[in-house]
Each structure stands twice: as C-alpha cells, then as structure tokens.
Design a protein around this ligand. Structure first.
Ligand SMILES: CC(=O)SCCNC(=O)CCNC(=O)[C@H](O)C(C)(C)COP(=O)(O)OP(=O)(O)OC[C@H]1O[C@@H](n2cnc3c(N)ncnc32)[C@H](O)[C@@H]1OP(=O)(O)O
Ligand SMILES: O=C([O-])CC(=O)C(=O)O
Length: 371
C-alpha cells in the first residue's frame, strides 16, 4: 500500500451507482431523476420535486393531490415532539434541536425498524411534513414567540413561512423560498447523504440514518456554511470593507465559507438560479447593499484564489432577507435535504452492501506488554 493508493476524504472515488441525481462538473449541470434542476426550480412546486425524487417520475395531477393531502394532514407538531423541544435550552444550536426532534419522532414510531418500501416512504413523508413545524417552532421559541399551527389551505412553502412568521409574505418571497428548497433537495453522494447511506448499509433504521445525516450536515464544510456566510457578512459589514477582510482572512489561513466545492471546480451549477432569486429578494426588500457586498466578495475571492461560490453563498443572504435568523439557515437545508437523504436511504436499502472501506495502518509496529 502506497500513499497514492490512499484516497484521503474519498476524493474522486466512485463507490456506487445512484439513479437519484447526476452531478456533472464537466457540463456544470445537476439532474434530478434526469430533469435539469433549473427547469424544476422554474416550473415546479417543492411537493412535485419531492415526489419526483422519491418515486422517480413527476406526479400526475391526481397523484399530486393525494401527495399534498397526506403532507397537509401530517404537518402539525406532535405534542411529544414539542415537549422534547421545550426541554432543550435555547442556547443549543438549532441543528441539535432538529437532530433531537427527529430522534424523538423515530423513538415514538412503533414501526421504526420496519424497512419495507411502503413503510420507508411513509416515514420519509412524515419527516418531510413535520420538519417545517420543527424548524419554524424552534426559531419562534428563541424569539419568545408562541407556536403557530399549520394551515391546510396553504402549499408547502407558504405554510412553512406562515408557521415561522405568522404571515404569508409576497409571492416573490414565496417563490424564492421554493427555489432554495428545490435546489437544496438533493446532491448525490455529498457527506451527509453518504453518512445516511453508511448507516443504512448496516441495516439500521431510517431515523438513525437521517439523524446521522443531520450531524454531518451541521459542519461548516457542508451545510453549516450557509450560516457561516452570514456570520462573515456580519463581520465584514459593508462592501467597501470586503477586500481588506478577505485579505486578512486568507492571510490567517481561514476558509472562506460559501466558496469552493469538492466536485464542482468551475462553479456550482445551482448558484446562478439561487443568485437570481437573491437578486429578486434584494430588489423586493430594497437592499442593494447586500448585493454589493455579495458581488464584491465574490469578485475578490475570484481574483485572489480563483475559487467560485457554492449554493450556500447566495442562500445565506437570501434567507437573511426573508427574515430567518442566521441560526435557522442550516435547519432549512435539513427540511429540504430530507427528501434527498430518504431517497438515497431507500435506494441503498434496495441494493445494499455494507459500506466498510479499508485503512492503511501507520501506528507503532507490533509490540508487547513487559514480562
Ligand atoms: C452545499 C455544500 O455543502 S457546498 C460546501 C459548503 N462548504 C463551504 O462553503 C466551506 C468552504 N469551502 C471549503 O472548505 C472547501 O472548498 C470544501 C470543503 C467545500 C471542498 O474542499 P476540497 O474539495 O477538499 O478542496 P480543498 O479543501 O482541498 O481545496 C483545494 C485548495 O483550495 C483552497 N480552498 C478551497 N476552498 C476554500 C475556501 N472556501 N476558502 C479558502 N481556501 C479554499 C484550499 O485551502 C486548498 O488550498 P491548498 O491546495 O493551497 O491547500
Ligand atoms: O455535494 C457536496 O459535496 C455538497 C453539496 O453541494 C450539497 O450537498 O448540496
């Protein structure tokens, strides 16, 4: 075994097939079940995309109506889940709250260990329906606000925003939110999805795999970057300070959050769509200063390092403009990625092989206890 045999971070290693999505850095494209994500973002609801990712085809009108009926019927936060959340101090990171809430849902499911396709689809649908209530309630309780019950007359995005802010914002805001949910839903074997697949590969249950995925997503090298982008914007303040801030950060060997990607080396296929949504929001809220800072930092990062933004870069400021607290950004990613994770969990279960790579030992040579 030589150093070149070791693929640190599994970089460049193809570990399995997937039919869920195709990330193609050569053409800078992303397909969900064959459809370009940009087409889906421009034409579909989040409900349609969730159905597509789970079932492999877009729903007919009748299938969509039934799918929406089931989702709307399961939106309300269960009393037991609310009680668990209320036990967690508001000083905890919201990702820890989401992780615990999902664990509580799993622990109260008598069929948690049942892994038939129908049972897994039901569990996935329940988590997808419940996560907005969990995310919205956690943000509200941190602000000292009461829980807002869901409304069955609203679509997924409108209801999510309603439960968070107790009002449905203008359509441009709802549309930008839907675009973000669609773009975040799925991205092949990223770290959190792979984590979920590893857990599934041991024949563990779907909830355990999702909880593991949430843990992996929390880190700032993955989903936690959308939150970290906003912290950086807060640190920088105004566009005129961006270049000096960046030079200082790079001199101190800091990673610039929201830039770079393991697979895309020429830009993230989702960024132009999310940037267009951010542009709309900046106009709607009359915040040209946010765009100026965004573009100045992007250009400076391009000229210093030739590293391009990833999806977390436009999403962070977009969620800020929508009114979400910075700590809620990564939980929003969870609410969307639950769809991708569970699609992969089901795919892994249907064609399973225990995931267990090898390691090269570089510890002490064999030795023995004295005597
Ligand atoms: C939705 C998502 O999860 S997208 C990813 C979100 N994560 C972030 O935005 C965090 C910031 N970005 C990063 O840390 C990285 O780009 C990653 C983790 C996303 C990808 O990392 P890798 O594929 O392992 O690339 P790696 O870290 O080896 O980067 C290659 C070089 O570019 C540099 N680089 C890459 N990204 C950045 C960055 N954001 N800031 C500064 N330098 C960077 C690295 O330091 C490295 O330089 P070196 O060769 O001089 O050591
Ligand atoms: O693919 C990755 O490594 C990270 C990413 O962009 C995602 O999960 O959306």
């Amino acid at each position: 075994m030589t150093d070149t045999d070791i693929k640190k971070g599994l970089a460049g290693v193809v570990v399995d097939y997937t039919a869920v999505s195709k990330v193609n850095p050569e053409t800078n494209s992303l397909l969900y079940r064959g459809y370009p994500v940009q087409e889906l973002a421009a034409n579909c609801s989040f409900e349609q995309v969730a159905y597509l990712l789970w079932y492999g085809e877009l729903p007919t009108d009748a299938e969509l109506a039934e799918f929406e009926r089931v989702e709307r019927g399961q939106r309300a936060l269960g009393d037991n889940v609310k009680a668990v959340i209320d036990l967690i101090p508001t000083t905890a990171h919201p990702m820890d709250v989401i992780r615990t809430a999902v664990s509580a849902i799993g622990a109260s499911d008598p069929d948690a260990d049942l892994a038939t396709v129908a049972s897994s689809l039901n569990k996935a649908a329940r988590l997808y329906a419940q996560l907005p209530a969990i995310v919205a309630y956690d943000q509200r309780r941190r602000r000292g606000e009461d829980l807002v019950p869901p409304r069955k007359d609203l679509g997924y995005s409108e209801n999510f925003l309603w439960m968070t802010f107790e009002e449905v914002p203008d359509q441009v805001v709802v549309d930008a939110f839907t675009v973000s949910m669609i773009l975040y839903a799925e991205h092949s074997f990223n770290a959190s999805t792979f984590t979920a697949r590893v857990i599934t590969s041991t024949l563990s249950d779907l909830y355990s795999a999702v909880v593991g995925g949430i843990g992996a997503l929390k880190g700032p090298l993955h989903g936690g970057a959308n939150e970290a982008v906003m912290h950086a914007f807060d640190e920088i303040g105004t566009a005129d300070r961006a270049e000096a801030w960046l030079d200082d950060a790079l001199a101190n060997k800091r990673k610039i959050m929201g830039f770079g990607h393991r697979v895309y080396k020429n830009g993230d296929s989702r960024v132009p769509t999310m940037k267009a949504a951010l542009d709309t929001l900046a106009e709607h809220y009359n915040r040209p200063d946010m765009l100026e800072l965004y573009e100045t930092l992007e250009q400076a990062m391009g000229s210093r390092k030739n590293i391009k933004p990833n999806l977390d870069y436009p999403s962070g400021p977009a969620y800020n403009l929508m009114g979400f607290d910075t700590l809620t950004f990564t939980p929003l990613f969870v609410a969307s990625r639950i769809v991708g994770w569970t699609a992969h969990i089901m795919e892994q279960a249907a064609s399973n092989a225990l995931i267990r790579p090898l390691s090269a030992y570089n510890g002490p040579d064999e030795r023995h206890l004295p005597g």
